[in-house]
Design a protein around this ligand. Structure first.
Ligand code: MTE
Ligand code: MO
Length: 383
């Protein structure tokens, strides 16, 4: 059984697929804390979890002057300063279930919790590449940094992805070869012993169980870079789709969702108001400026209070273009007179004034990625 090395998992996780393991936390706990506990952080595996022994682990690096190099885990930890970044990771398929309501798409039926916010620590990819000879000669030719996982399919092909070279070597890119998540060594499901954390970039490029880095003039040749994780027109179907015609998703668009109240809950009319909570985040380090919330389906709007940290874990204010972490938000909204039902809606605005689209139909695509329409929750008002 290729799934012999699967770790035990938190029983609260809602499982989308067992083999490979894909699960998200219940929405009711997703925004309980600013930092998502690793045990309930969503898990998105395309292949069996590989068993990696830290003592024999080697990270290979190719495409730099000097030829191929290989370094051990202790070399990675001792040779390079440890950096810590709080960054949100979101799967391209987060909220895919909303697109499925428009028309069936292919993919795991994620709810709104294929997203999480963690503190990641490790070596900066930039430092590692510079140490092994990255410089103007390489920059003149290379355009991408490819990553290969140690997880393999039955044919021996490993998971792979790439990011633009600029992101990888930029001082402001904050790309890590992370060996810690939330202050502990990486859990097996999240890439033990080393994973890529490319803040602001779609989950799929944050390669886990990292085995090889290749600096190249080409993108990763992997299925997931070439023939998946791309956006298309709502008019494109599986008979007409040409995966070469669209670029691989890197930065994700503005996103927000409501985590409280839950769909179908009742709100007490005597309370006079309803508390609405959720998360908001945008890709590319764009900061969330504002979250607008409505309880009447979008006729009238209120501005939510934004939260950028837990009190015990204060975050530095983001420098422009490096807002890697989500903002949790909350607002108390007066109940409209005689309302029997509330149609709660949220939408966020990022620092480029990008907004979420009103509905899913115009952004529907056959893989159900980039699902970021206004999030809507219906609740009853009870006497
Ligand atoms: N890396 C490897 N090696 N194998 C994988 O299946 N899944 C990717 C990415 N990195 C994957 C991987 C996808 S699609 C996502 S969304 C994130 O990991 C999920 O990271 P997480 O499981 O730590 O939440
Ligand atoms: Mo993903």
């Amino acid at each position: 059984d290729p799934y012999f090395a699967e770790p035990t998992r938190h029983p609260a996780l809602q499982i989308n697929s067992q083999k490979p393991f894909n699960a998200e936390p219940p929405v009711s706990i997703l925004t309980d804390s600013y930092i998502t506990p690793s045990a309930v952080f969503f898990k998105r595996n395309h292949l069996p979890v590989p068993r990696v022994v830290s003592e024999t682990y080697k990270l290979e690096i190719e495409g730099l002057p000097g030829g191929a190099v290989s370094l051990t885990l202790s070399e990675l930890k001792s040779r390079f300063p440890k950096h810590t970044v709080t960054a949100t990771l979101q799967c391209a398929g987060n909220r895919r279930s909303d697109m499925n309501k428009v028309k069936q798409v292919k993919g795991l039926n994620w709810g709104i919790a294929a997203i999480g916010n963690a503190t990641w620590s490790g070596a900066r990819l930039r430092d590692v590449l510079l140490y092994y000879g990255f410089g103007p000669d390489v920059a003149a030719k290379a355009r991408h940094v490819q990553f290969e996982g140690l997880d393999r399919d039955v044919t021996g092909t490993s998971y792979g992805a790439s990011i633009p070279l600029n992101k990888a070597v930029s001082e402001e890119g904050d790309v890590l070869l992370a060996y810690e998540m939330n202050g502990e060594e990486l859990p097996a499901d999240h890439g033990y012993p080393v994973r890529v954390v490319a803040p602001g970039i779609v989950g799929a490029r944050n390669v886990k169980w990292l085995g090889r880095i290749v600096v190249s003039d080409e993108e990763s040749k992997s299925h997931w870079q070439q023939n998946d994780y791309k956006g298309f027109s709502p008019g494109t179907d599986w008979d007409t789709v040409d995966f070469k015609s669209a670029p691989a998703i890197q930065e994700l668009p503005i996103q927000s969702a409501i985590t409280h109240p839950a769909e179908g809950m009742s709100v007490d009319s005597n309370a006079g108001e309803v508390t609405v909570k959720g998360y908001a985040w945008s890709g590319g380090g764009r900061e969330v400026l504002r979250v607008d919330v409505s309880v009447d389906g979008g006729n009238t709007w209120h501005v939510a209070k934004l939260r950028t940290s837990d009190e015990h874990n204060p975050a530095l204010p983001p420098s422009p273009g490096r807002a890697w972490a989500w903002k949790l938000w909350e607002i108390d909204i007066p109940l409209p007179d005689k309302a029997q039902e509330l149609q709660i809606v949220c939408k966020a605005v990022d620092s480029s004034y990008n907004v979420q689209p009103e509905s899913s139909a115009p952004i529907w695509n056959l893989r159900g990625v980039l699902s970021n329409a206004w999030h809507r929750v219906k609740v009853k008002v009870s006497e």
